[in-house]
Design a protein around this ligand. Sequence first.
Ligand code: BES
Ligand code: MN
Ligand code: ZN
Length: 502
Amino acid sequence: MTALTVSTAAAAALPAQCVAIGVSASSAGPVAAPGAEAVHEAFGGGLVATLSSLGFTGAEGETLKLPAPPGLKAEVVLVVGLGEAADDGGVSREALCRAAGVAGRALAGVERAALALPAGTAEAAEAVAMGALLGAYAFTDYRVPVASPVGELVIPAAPATHEETTAGVRHGRVIAEETNRARDLINMPANHLTPDAFAAIAKDLGERYRLDVQVLDEEALAKESFGGILGVGQGSVRPPRLVRVAYTHPEAEKTLAFVGKGITYDSGGISLKPVGFNEIMKRDMSGAAAVLASVAAAARLRLRVNVTGWLALAENMPSGSATKPGDVLRMYDGRTVEVRNTDAEGRLVLADALVRAGEEQPDALVDVATLTAAMKMALGHRVFGVMSPDPGFRAHVVDAAGRAGEEAWPMPLPAQLAEGLASTVADLANTGERMGGGLVAGLFLAEFVPAGIPWAHLDIAGPSFHEGDPYGYTPTGGTGCAVRTLVELSREAATEQSGASR
Ligand code: BES
Ligand code: MN
Ligand code: ZN
């Protein structure tokens, strides 16, 4: 794992093999960003001219490695594009985070590097630290790495801003490390990450960060009549689990509950997915991964809020014991559901978990799920959908995502679409109209949310897993989507209360 430190030594004096600087783009050519002064001087004031003559513009994603001139401790200068700067020369937190991610990735193989990006405020330092650690991420548990991630990153801070930088770096580090934890879980193949193994990981994490972790195994689930979770898991030889992970703060005034879909593999069940649609269904536990990681982040940041995570874990497989289309399940709340399509399994495990989470009367309830291909079709690979019967709460979640650097978009829950969920044999069916399938799934979940609790549903089917080449701080594979949004919601709930600090 990449180490991250803050140093008051000037960037030029840092004993690092490489120093990374930021350069933004302008109509007048590339502009060296704050932090790059020492490097600029070492080039005899000619850095920008050199960059221009090499065709470097400062565009987002651009990188260039130069041999370091005398006067710098480093041997190599890494120049990273920050994109178009605002009129006052500033760049957004997200642009900074992405550029740091590009740097973190470009520094693979380097032992020690200095990140002389513009990180003058706590917020900017957080963005740089977070982006760099997210970019340096590599999933190498099952292979020999091509190049090991950068060993240590040093963020220089002027003595006057040292404290702020350190605080920002600490937050950025925790959020990035927890996002990387979610990525690891998503990338773990389904033969290794079974529901039981996932629950054991949650237990371990609980011991490490003093979280209260309770695991309901198949027997406990049967005793308490979790018919949705059991119905989805009964076709697999790897039995389902429901995990409750709670972080509590002694002075907390608010409690948030996060519920995650944790299908460790989604074959579709008897309504089997065809080849071409089942290859990366190990990703179907991305919601549960985000929930576990965000509870751990809240604990590590000691946020003044209670956060309870619920992981609804099951493997959806076809077999002689599997739930069949037409079967009727009795859910945890006592109502019955006709399973028309066993591939609409996420809503079944979530329904049980939502009802259980609601029993504790949290101040807000948010579920995260790779729920529908329809939402992926609608919003693509980088944006997740947010649904809620309460437009105010929906906007609150979308705004939090934006501030956290994630792309979210509000989606409706049209009442008329719920009509298709009527069944002739049970209280409800698990599928309805095909068109607007993401919204239909949201409407199904809404049926199980206790009245009076603000609730939002995040469908992350698109952005949970990145199949293309890495960009910014996003690697190929699990992205850790929604972790930053859940952490931002927790930070906000912690600050909303009287006089608390973040
Ligand atoms: N896990 C899938 C949704 C999914 C698809 C996630 C692609 C990520 C990428 C979910 O369980 C599913 O199969 N949904 C069905 C529902 C349908 C049968 C009503 C879908 O979206 O096709
Ligand atoms: Mn499915
Ligand atoms: Zn699924």
